[in-house]
Write a protein that binds this ligand. Structure first.
Ligand SMILES: [Zn+2]
Ligand SMILES: [Zn+2]
Length: 376
């Protein structure tokens, strides 16, 4: 068996993206339908299946190749799914994902002859506490996965698929229609092979020759600290399996943030409202507040604090995914006016009003401030 890296034409330290790109390029060139050599095509597909899977790649790097594409038996799992996840899927999450599904993945019903698996999107809810620390989540997906009976070949005996007899491997059937303007040739996807151009002689009973079937899987996904609402994490190769052993799509995990009981988000900052008794607001004091880390901080309240004023707790907000630097916690003060005064308290307050020359019956003039002051 030739060296798998050489087959794809990539260096031994090639990134998963490099490998994927190289495979796409080679697959186009060597595809039997494009006049390429079928054996070469099978070899590069096999090389991709090994090198695109971190576990298999690691094993290959250390022990060399352990099988040909046809040698996959039932129960084996060429993409490493199934046994409770990927073993460190975090390694495979290659990047925060910006442009949705821009990775050259097949879009919808394109007539790609190898019919790679489609990308799959699932949502996951995380709390603000999780955003601070990062978290590992189990994600359940039901996708077309490699058939465990035929190992993905689609064939009961393990024979590779041959050219479809209906369309001769073209993937389309031509029909000549007679119209008023003469004969018109139309092409439509071949009904026998669904456009793949290939057909399995003895279809596997598990998957009917598709090489894949819907299965429910649970994957462990590491969600890094600093994720934001709508971020998408990519798990390479964990999407839908391809038809008859074609490469799989990717799984995208979209982050949704669970609303918090106290904290509102404002970018990386967190905002919470605190109630401060009017006496404390006037005289000053301290308040102990819980933070999103589960810690408690003592925050000084300056004498003369007003309603609407913000008290800032530096770096008690959310971390940035890029720098790890944290935003602030901003405490919006709401000064609480007591509503349950007893006689003695009422007298004390009346006395205070008197001392401050704040008559309890006043006319409205002189109480107005200019409106713009309120927005300063
Ligand atoms: Zn099968
Ligand atoms: Zn066909």
């Amino acid at each position: 068996m030739p060296d798998l890296y050489e087959l794809l034409g990539v260096p031994r330290d090639a990134s998963p993206d490099d490998i994927k790109r190289a495979y796409r390029r080679q697959a186009r060139q060597h595809h039997p339908d494009a006049g390429g050599d079928e054996e070469a095509f099978k070899q590069i597909t096999h090389a991709y299946q090994v090198l695109s899977d971190p576990q298999k790649r690691d094993r290959y790097d250390r022990f060399g190749d352990d099988g040909t594409p046809q040698a996959r038996g039932a129960g084996q799992d060429p993409f490493g799914f199934g046994q409770g996840g990927f073993g460190g899927i975090g390694d495979v999450i290659d990047a925060f994902f910006g442009s949705a599904f821009g990775g050259g993945a097949p879009s919808g019903g394109g007539r790609s002859r190898t019919t790679p698996g489609r990308d799959v999107l699932v949502g996951v809810e995380v709390t603000l506490e999780d955003v601070v620390t990062g978290v590992r989540r189990e994600v359940e997906v039901e996708v077309a996965s490699l058939c465990d009976i035929c190992g993905g070949s689609g064939s009961a005996s393990g024979k590779p698929p041959a050219a479809c007899t209906t369309c001769g491997g073209q993937g389309q059937v031509q029909r000549v229609v007679r119209t008023a303007f003469g004969q018109l040739a139309t092409a439509s996807p071949c009904p026998t092979c669904s456009g793949s151009g290939r057909q399995v002689a003895d279809p596997c009973t598990g998957c009917g020759g598709e090489g894949r079937r819907a299965q429910r899987r649970t994957l462990g996904v590491d969600i890094p600290a600093g994720v934001d609402e709508g971020d998408r994490l990519r798990v390479t190769g964990a999407g839908e399996a391809g038809r008859q052993g074609a490469p799989p799509g990717d799984l995208y995990v979209e982050v949704r943030l669970t609303p918090h009981e106290w904290f509102e988000r404002d970018g990386r900052d967190l905002i919470a409202e605190i109630n401060v008794p009017v006496t404390q607001a006037a005289l000053g004091g301290t308040v102990t507040v819980p933070t999103v880390d589960g810690a408690e901080v003592e925050v000084p309240i300056p004498a003369g604090t007003q309603s609407g004023q913000h008290l800032i707790v530096r770096r008690a907000g959310l971390p940035s995914s890029a720098s790890g630097r944290r935003g602030d916690l901003r405490l919006a003060v709401r000064v609480e006016v007591p509503t349950d005064l007893d006689t003695e308290q009422r007298e004390l307050l009346s006395r205070l009003a008197e001392m401050r020359g704040e008559p309890l019956a006043a006319d409205g003039r002189g109480l107005f401030t200019r409106l713009r002051d309120a927005f300063r």
